[in-house]
Design a protein around this ligand. Structure first.
Ligand code: FAD
Length: 394
C-alpha cells in the first residue's frame, strides 16, 4: 500500500518512526498518567523541525505537503496519540489559518516563531451553545476607536498553555455590519484568562479547557482576514487539519493493533496459544482489514488535497468514517487484554480513550455526516450559511 509515496515522503515517515520509537514511546504512558507533555519532548520535536513541517519555506518551515504531515502524525500517534494530536493544532490548523488569512506583517510575525515551537498556538471556536453552531455563539468583538473590544468565553481550547490564540467570534465592523471573524489574542493581553487544567477521558497531555475575554483590546493588526468573514473563510486550513487529525486516529488504531498482536502472540490460555482461539485471530484480522481500509481512504484523500482535486466533503468523510472505525477497533482490541487492559500500567487503555476523544474533537461524526448529507442533497458541503451571520448594518 502507498507505493506511490515519493522518496522524500518515505524518508520523513522513517524519521518520524525513529523519533516516535526512541523519544515518544518511552514517555507515552507517563504523558497520559501525568496529563502533561514534558517540555523536553516539545523541544526535541521542535529541533527535529516537526513544528514547521507544513509551514512554507519562506516563513521558516519545510513546506511539506499534507500527505507528509499525515505520515509523520500517524507514526507519532502509534506511540502517543495525545502528543500527535497536540501537534496537529500547532503545525497545521493554526499556521495554515494565518497563511491563508494573514497579511504579510502577520505571517512574518507569527509563522517563523510557530515553526520553531517558540510560539505555541491554539485555535478557539467552540462555545457552550455547540461548537459548530456558530450562529448561536455569544463571544463578540465590537468597535472601539480604531480597533475592537472582545468579550465572552470559549470552551475546549486545546493547547490552553499556548502563547497565541486564534479566536473565531461574532464581529461588528465600524460601519455596523455583523459577521464572524478571526482574531489574534495573546496570552498576555489584559482581560484574557485561561481556566485551570480540566481533567479529561482521553487526549491528555495538553490542556483543553475554557478561555475567557473580558474587554480585551483588539488592534487592527490583530484581525486575520476580513473582520466579517475571517472566521469561516479559511476552509482549506480546516480541511487540512481534519486530515492531519484523522491521521492521528489512524496511528492510534495501528498502535493499539501492534501492541495487541504482540500480546496475543505471547499470551497462553488454557494451556495453548491465545491466537489459536478462533475469535481472537478473527478479531485481529478484522482490525487489520479496517485499519488498511482507513489508511487507503486517508492517503488517497490527502493526495487529492495536495493536488487540488479533493472533493468538498472528502475531509468530512475521512473524519467521520476513520474516526468512528478507529475507535471501534481500539475498543474491540482492548477486550483481548482482559483485566490487564483495564490497568493503566499496561499502557493500552489510553488508545481507546484517545480514540474516543479524537472521535469528538474536530467535530463529532454526526456533524460531519450532516455536512456530507447536505452535500448529497443540496450540493453544498457545509452546515454554516455565512448569509445567516454576515449582515448589513441595521
Ligand atoms: C479533546 C478535545 C479537544 C478539543 N479541542 C478544541 C479546540 O482546540 N478548539 C475548539 O474550538 N474546540 C475544540 N474541541 C471542541 C470540539 O470541536 C467539540 O466538542 C465538537 O465539535 C462537538 O461539539 P460540542 O461539544 O459542542 O457538542 P454538541 O454540538 O453539543 O453536540 C453533541 C452531540 O450532538 C450530535 N450532533 C452535533 N451536531 C450534530 C448535527 N449537525 N447533526 C446530528 N447530530 C449532531 C453529536 O452526537 C454530538 O456529539 C475539542 C473537543 C475535545 C473533546
Amino acid at each position: 500500500m502507498l507505493d506511490w509515496l515519493s522518496d522524500d515522503q518515505r524518508a520523513l515517515r522513517d524519521m518520524a518512526e525513529t523519533f516516535a520509537r526512541k523519544e515518544v514511546e518511552p514517555l507515552a504512558n507517563q504523558i497520559d498518567i501525568d496529563e502533561h507533555t514534558p517540555d523536553s519532548l516539545v523541544t526535541k520535536a521542535a529541533e527535529l523541525g516537526l513544528y514547521g513541517l507544513y509551514t512554507p519555506v519562506e516563513y521558516g518551515g519545510s513546506g511539506a505537503d499534507i500527505v507528509s504531515v499525515c505520515l509523520v502524525c500517524e507514526e507519532l500517534a502509534k506511540a502517543s496519540p495525545a502528543f500527535a494530536g497536540m501537534l496537529t493544532v500547532q503545525i497545521v490548523l493554526c499556521p495554515k489559518t494565518v497563511e491563508l488569512l494573514g497579511s504579510e506583517e502577520q505571517k512574518q510575525r507569527i509563522l517563523p516563531k510557530a515553526a520553531t515551537g517558540e510560539m505555541l498556538m491554539a485555535y478557539s471556536q467552540s462555545e457552550p451553545s455547540g461548537a459548530a453552531n456558530v450562529a448561536s455563539h455569544l463571544t463578540r468583538a465590537v468597535p472601539d476607536g480604531n480597533g475592537w473590544r472582545l468579550d465572552g468565553s470559549k470552551l475546549f481550547c486545546t493547547q490552553g498553555t499556548a502563547q497565541t490564540y486564534l479566536v473565531m467570534c461574532k464581529t461588528r465592523a465600524h460601519d455596523g455590519r455583523e459577521g464572524y471573524g478571526c482574531l489574534i489574542v495573546e496570552r498576555s493581553d489584559e482581560g484574557f484568562s485561561v481556566a485551570p487544567y480540566e481533567h479529561k477521558l482521553g487526549w491528555r497531555g495538553t490542556n483543553t479547557g475554557p478561555i475567557a475575554f473580558d474587554n480585551v483590546r483588539i488592534d487592527p493588526e490583530d484581525v486575520l482576514g476580513d473582520i466579517l468573514t475571517g472566521g469561516f473563510s479559511h476552509r482549506a486550513a480546516n480541511h487540512a487539519n481534519l486530515l492531519a487529525h484523522v491521521s492521528t486516529s489512524l496511528g492510534c488504531a495501528q498502535g493499539m493493533f501492534d501492541k495487541t498482536l504482540a500480546y496475543v502472540k505471547e499470551r497462553r490460555l488454557y494451556g495453548r496459544d491465545m491466537a489459536e482461539l478462533q475469535p481472537v485471530s478473527y478479531w485481529l484480522a478484522e482490525a487489520h482489514a479496517k485499519i488498511a481500509a482507513c489508511r487507503a481512504l486517508l492517503y488517497e484523500t490527502a493526495r487529492n488535497f495536495d493536488d487540488g482535486t479533493m472533493d468538498a466533503a472528502a475531509g468530512n468523510v475521512c473524519k467521520a468514517y476513520i474516526g468512528d472505525t478507529c475507535f471501534e477497533v481500539c475498543a474491540k482490541l482492548l477486550q483481548l487484554w482482559g483485566g490487564s487492559g483495564i490497568m493503566d500500567s499496561t499502557g493500552v487503555n489510553r488508545y481507546m480513550r484517545d480514540a474516543k476523544a479524537k472521535n469528538i474533537a474536530e467535530g463529532a461524526s454526526e456533524m460531519h455526516y450532516a455536512i456530507i448529507a447536505n452535500q448529497l442533497f443540496t450540493g453544498v458541503a457545509s452546515l454554516v450559511r455565512p448569509s445567516a451571520i454576515v449582515k448589513d448594518a441595521a
